[in-house]
Design a protein around this ligand. Structure first.
Ligand code: RUQ
Ligand code: CUA
Length: 657
């Protein structure tokens, strides 16, 4: 008590002192307690650093204001941070087994999820890039999170009631993906391919002629069923695209609702051949000055599907390229050389594209695009017959920002923030009308150096219809000299930036040593309402009562032929039953229910020498199916230190020869 009061006093005094110092009054030495003063001096902190420390400090027992959901890159996970503290709160297993959560290591429920509908049940990893929070009216609603796996062309659904993965779907017609976003009312999760492949997927010899004729990109609109909390494959559809490498995508909103946009690179259709003395892909794919923005009317595509104008390929409804063009669903517009990021402004009126090899952010006007389509302001058609809108007819502005502009986020004051990969900086610039009067429009305001090679950036709800401002996080690819050397594989560097004032200010560094995150999204803490404990006997796959859940007094072992069913409970500090005897060759099925109702009273369930570890949070019921193969007496035990007698929370599985 006494100490915490003293601590808050110190903070208040620090704030006062800082205010004084900033106003140019040298009061520091007179108002700061001597020990605090010496701490600051010993560390050589500047007033900005002291302020940053206070701003980001979240005292024990207090909460952060925001949650940040970040991709975990090659780790195949989602990372959840508190903002502004930047403390890691959760790791969510998605495309890779995650033993701590008992994800994909023995429980029937999570192994089903991990292998759901995939053609490659043994994929042991994923490459997560773009998390996308579910939206209602273009604002985050805190209910679900989606994320793509670039390497496995998969999309996962995470339920934010328990922060756990519930479904993974794999694209049957594409092998690679990149952009993944949700529509403003979470009608669809859009997945666009990255690298083109033979369409439908099969073997076709890789020659230029074959590439042009048989390779295709694909846009997949995965229908999300809010009632069930699952993607409904039967109501999903795809649009066939040219074999350009479609990249980042975004949905239109408000005035551009019903449309979607994505960019593409390698419209040159380069296929490499370095050993054959042909130019490498990077050269071939950068030969032309322009690539193509894809402009898509998904509402009309939906109508086309409703009218039955599709072909079913590998169980997916596909609108063929020719039909898409004929129906006015698909248009192209030139984009400066090798674009990367694509982001729609809060009101849905502008589409911002960053060009990796172009110093400008290119801003397209949705109204101009509509006008150009209406008046057929085409500069021609591409090789696949898609009309190309005239660049000058659709561009609202080009804002020179610096080298390597990639991704853009927005704040609540009419500003845009773009990551500059080559410059290692964040550029703050002003949007045009109606966000700003014409004289303040399209101007670079400030460039903040970041350490180093920034990829994505994310601002508080900065890609919704109502950005929150306040904070931005730079997701830097290289950390170089920012941390103590821990070997040649360096952590990624997240940098928190204050964007509440006129000037951006760097607040803190956070090393991420788990994978290479790409995008992250920051949501107001109060929007996410997760469960504290599961309703008693909940199956985490269905999120409904599990028919095999048992209460105290109902525990039993039932033998049916060669199958032995164990209805077990876990509670501090024992399992009932704690002795299970089976014969070699039996199938043993454990249905285990954690019957605790106390928040955080978690138990594990691991079987020695077996690939089984469950995380049984209060109220959860999970099932383990085991073939009894190697005779022996195996301890099973609780892997969560749950109580003083945690070590005693164990039992024996006897497998008779
Ligand atoms: S990205 S490389 Cu979002 Cu810039 Cu995946
Ligand atoms: Cu239950 Cu340890």
């Amino acid at each position: 008590m006494r100490w915490s009061r003293l601590a808050s006093l110190v903070v208040v005094m620090l704030a006062l002192v800082l205010a004084g110092a900033l106003a140019g009054q040298a009061q520091r030495s007179t108002t700061l307690p001597q020990d605090v003063q010496s701490l600051i001096e010993a560390k050589g902190l500047t007033p900005d650093q002291v302020r940053a420390a206070i701003q980001t400090y979240v005292p024990p027992g207090k909460y952060d204001e925001y949650l940040m959901f970040s991709s975990g890159g090659q780790g195949g996970q989602v990372l959840v941070f508190g903002v502004p503290s930047m403390r890691l709160l959760r790791v969510i297993g998605v495309f890779a087994p995650e033993p701590w959560q008992g994800y994909g290591v023995g429980s029937e429920e999570t192994e089903t999820i991990l292998n759901w509908r995939t053609k490659d049940p043994r994929l042991a990893w994923g490459d997560t890039h773009h998390p996308a929070l579910s939206e209602t009216n273009g604002e985050y609603d805190g209910k679900w999170l989606f994320i793509n796996d670039k390497a496995g062309s998969r999309i996962a659904v995470i339920d934010l009631r328990d922060f756990a993965t519930k479904q993974i779907v794999q694209n049957p017609n594409a092998v690679s993906n990149h952009g993944a976003v949700v529509s403003p009312n979470t009608e669809y999760v859009l997945e666009v391919t990255q690298y083109a492949g033979p369409f439908p997927f099969r073997y076709v010899p890789l020659t230029q002629e074959n590439y042009n004729r048989h390779f295709r990109g694909l846009a997949t609109f995965w229908k999300f069923d809010r009632g069930k909390g699952r993607i409904d494959v039967s109501k999903s559809f795809q649009i066939e695209l040219p074999p350009y490498w479609q990249d980042l995508a975004d949905f239109g909103k408000l005035e551009s609702y019903g449309w979607a946009f994505w960019n593409s690179f390698n419209s040159e259709r380069a296929i490499g051949g370095t050993l054959e003395k042909k130019p490498p892909v990077e050269v071939g794919a950068s030969a032309r000055d322009m690539d193509y923005l894809h402009i898509v009317n998904w509402k009309r595509a939906e109508e086309l599907v409703a009218q039955g104008k599709y072909t079913v390929i590998n169980g997916m409804k596909v609108i063929r390229l020719k039909d898409a063009v004929e129906a006015g669903i698909l248009y192209l517009a030139p984009e400066p050389k090798s674009p990367h990021g694509l982001d729609v402004a809060p009101r849905g009126d502008y589409i911002v594209v960053g060009g990796k090899l172009d110093p400008n952010a290119t801003v397209y006007s949705f109204r101009k695009i509509q006008e150009a389509i209406r008046s057929k302001a085409f500069s021609g058609r591409d090789d696949y017959g898609i009309p190309i809108l005239k660049f000058d007819a659709v561009v609202a502005a080009q804002v020179k920002l610096g080298l390597g502009p990639l991704h853009t986020m927005f704040d609540d004051k009419g500003n845009a923030y773009t990551s500059l990969f080559l410059d290692s900086a964040v550029a703050k610039w002003t949007l045009g009308p109606p966000y700003n009067p014409p004289e303040r429009a399209w101007k670079l305001v400030q460039k903040l150096p970041v350490q180093y090679n920034i990829g994505h950036l994310t601002a508080v709800e900065g890609d919704t219809t109502k950005p929150g401002g306040k904070y931005l996080v730079a997701l830097n690819k290289w950390s170089v000299d920012q941390y103590r050397n821990v070997g040649p594989l360096l952590p990624q560097n997240f940098q928190l930036v204050d964007i509440s004032g006129e000037e951006m200010k760097l607040l803190s560094n956070t090393p991420v040593g788990i994978g290479e995150p790409h995008l992250a999204q920051i949501v107001r803490m109060d929007r996410v309402k997760s469960w504290e404990v599961y309703p008693a006997g909940t199956n985490p796959l269905t999120m409904r009562p599990d028919p095999n859940a048992v209460k105290a007094g109902q525990q039993r072992i039932v033998r049916e032929g060669r199958t032995v069913r164990v209805y077990m409970t876990a509670m501090r500090s024992h399992y009932v039953p704690d002795r299970v005897r089976v014969k070699r060759g039996d199938t043993v099925i454990f249905h285990i229910t954690n019957i605790e109702r106390t928040k955080d009273a978690i138990h594990g369930f691991a079987i020695d020498r077996h690939n089984v570890n469950l995380s049984l949070e209060p109220g959860k019921t999970e099932t383990v199916v085991l073939r009894a193969e190697r005779p022996g007496v195996y301890p099973f035990y609780c892997t969560e230190f749950c109580s003083a007698l945690h070590l005693e929370m164990m039992g024996y599985l006897e497998i008779e020869p």
